[in-house]
Design a protein around this ligand. Structure first.
Ligand code: GLN
Length: 480
């Protein structure tokens, strides 16, 4: 095991005791990238000089004993839809292939301020639209557990980097499952915070009412370390919410005595791989045998979730992506053009990939006069009903456990020709985005060597309970 394979919490302890240096960890991660990333393709941009410079600055802080945070000196990979000043930010799209932002996203700024080491920008589905990272304009990322398979998406590069030791921690974004599902497929831990908990300033928007940024790590404890850095109100994001920020790592406990866990019966029905179901139920029973109370609950509007999500997400995307017009950002087509309209047409035709175009067209359609009531408005009503289900369930339980995904990682190419098949894999994750709730995926074993994820869903702004339940599970499972 190399330094890049350690948990972040363990590295933080070793750094503080000055048994290792940030330069050693960073060099070990960079070496792993050099050896593995030609195959895995988790990174779109690697920043070795910048990383080593930050590592040396972190080591200086340790030497002087000042400004130290738990993430100081730890290599972090950032999804390529978060703006990084002076570092290319592509969203895995040809339209932004050469875009260099003039500013840092709030999350990036906070991470750098705490002395973490930005090691590179990770691959993703173009504009975060997808569940497999196959929709990247720069080639798919591969699952480090089995390179014939997808790492999940859209934050597939971030999850792959953490799982393979190319980074110790990573940042992802989650609009309909994009942190949790790749975390599940790669066997790591990923958390989508409550909508409004983390500033979206500098996150390239996909569907603004659903997007949230969150941490990916090798354990719940690792995720709490990153959450402590990125959470909090930001006046630059009007949807960030000004509520007190807990000390996530400081309050981390594994006491689940009396914790009421809800199991929604609608999540354990046809379509779920029976072996995945078995693993999730085994994990729930393990928590039950350690003091948690398991309660069957009902979320009856679950069948509407995927439909509502794909109407709302595409509607918002069609509006958000209107800004890529060849004038203000990125690519402009060079073909002969007769005027402005053709310039738009050629630029957008050349710059966007197939799935992004499909979503823009779908989104424009559902928002158009005559269809708005039948699709967009109806989807918003379904969204309210889905949220009502959770509100009701949370009167009786403290958190809810489900599978993160109906199956383990599928093969590259297996679903890429069939968008409906691909959309349906999001069945367990999208409801949380529609309702603004926090959710986390924690590994609960493997099937034929492929990781299975357990999803823990919490009440708004109660990430602490998720962390506690997930941490308890990891502690118990480790002892077993
Ligand atoms: N798979 C979902 C989609 O394609 C979710 C993506 C995400 O969370 N960014 O929209």
């Amino acid at each position: 095991m190399e330094l890049c394979d350690y948990q972040a919490a363990e590295l933080a302890r070793l750094l503080r005791k000055r048994e290792i240096s940030s330069r050693e960890i960073t060099e070990s991660a960079l070496l792993r990238i050099e050896n593995k990333d030609k195959t895995l393709n988790a990174f779109l941009t690697v920043t070795p000089e910048f990383a080593l410079k930050q590592a040396d600055a972190a080591d200086k802080k340790f030497k002087e004993g000042r400004d130290i945070s738990p993430v100081t000196g730890i290599p972090v990979a950032i999804k390529d839809n978060l703006c990084t000043k002076g570092i290319r930010t592509t969203c895995a799209s040809k339209i932004l292939e050469h875009y260099i932002p003039p500013y840092d996203a709030t999350v990036v700024k906070k991470i750098l301020q705490k002395g973490a080491v930005l090691i590179g920008k990770t691959n993703m589905d173009e504009f975060a639209m997808g569940s497999s990272t196959e929709n990247s304009a720069f080639g798919p990322t591969r699952n480090p557990r089995d390179i014939k398979r997808v790492p999940g998406g859209s934050s597939g590069g971030s999850a792959c980097a953490v799982a393979s030791g190319e980074a110790v921690l990573a940042i992802g974004s989650d609009t309909g499952g994009s942190i949790r599902q790749p975390a599940s497929f790669c066997g790591v831990t990923g958390m989508k915070p409550t909508y409004g908990r983390v500033s979206r300033y500098g996150l390239v928007s996909y569907a603004s009412s659903l997007d949230q940024i969150g941490p990916i790590g090798r354990s719940v404890e690792d995720c709490t370390m990153l959450m402590d850095v990125i959470a909090g109100y930001d006046k630059r994001d009007t949807t960030s919410i000004n509520v007190p920020k807990p000390d996530f790592s400081g309050s981390l406990s594994s006491d689940i005595n009396g914790l009421r866990i809800g199991l929604p019966k609608e999540y354990f029905v046809e379509g779920l791989d029976p072996l995945v179901k078995e693993k999730v139920i085994d994990a729930v029973n393990l928590l039950g045998s350690h003091g948690a109370e398991i309660i069957e609950i009902s979320l009856p509007r679950t069948p509407f979730a995927v439909g509502a999500y794909y109407l709302i997400a595409t509607a918002e995307a069609s509006s958000n992506l209107a800004r890529y017009d060849g004038v203000k950002y990125g690519l402009r087509a060079e073909r002969d053009q007769s005027g402005l309209e053709e310039m738009y047409e050629y630029t957008r035709s050349e710059g966007f990939g197939k799935e992004v175009k499909r979503r823009i067209m779908l989104g424009c359609y559902v928002l158009s006069a005559g269809y708005y009531d039948a699709y967009y408005l109806k989807a918003q009503k379904a969204r309210t009903l889905i949220k009502d289900d959770f509100d009701r369930a949370f009167q009786d339980v403290d958190c809810i456990i489900t599978p993160t995904s109906p199956s383990t990682a599928f093969e590259i190419g297996e679903k890429s020709d069939d968008p409906i098949k691909m959309y349906l894999v999001d069945i367990y994750t999208v409801s949380l985005n529609l309702s603004g709730l926090p959710g986390m995926s924690v590994n609960c074993g493997t099937i034929d060597g492929l990781p299975v994820g357990l999803q823990i869903i919490g009440k708004p702004f109660d990430e602490e309970t998720l962390f506690c339940a997930g941490h308890a599970y990891q502690q118990i499972a480790e002892r077993k």
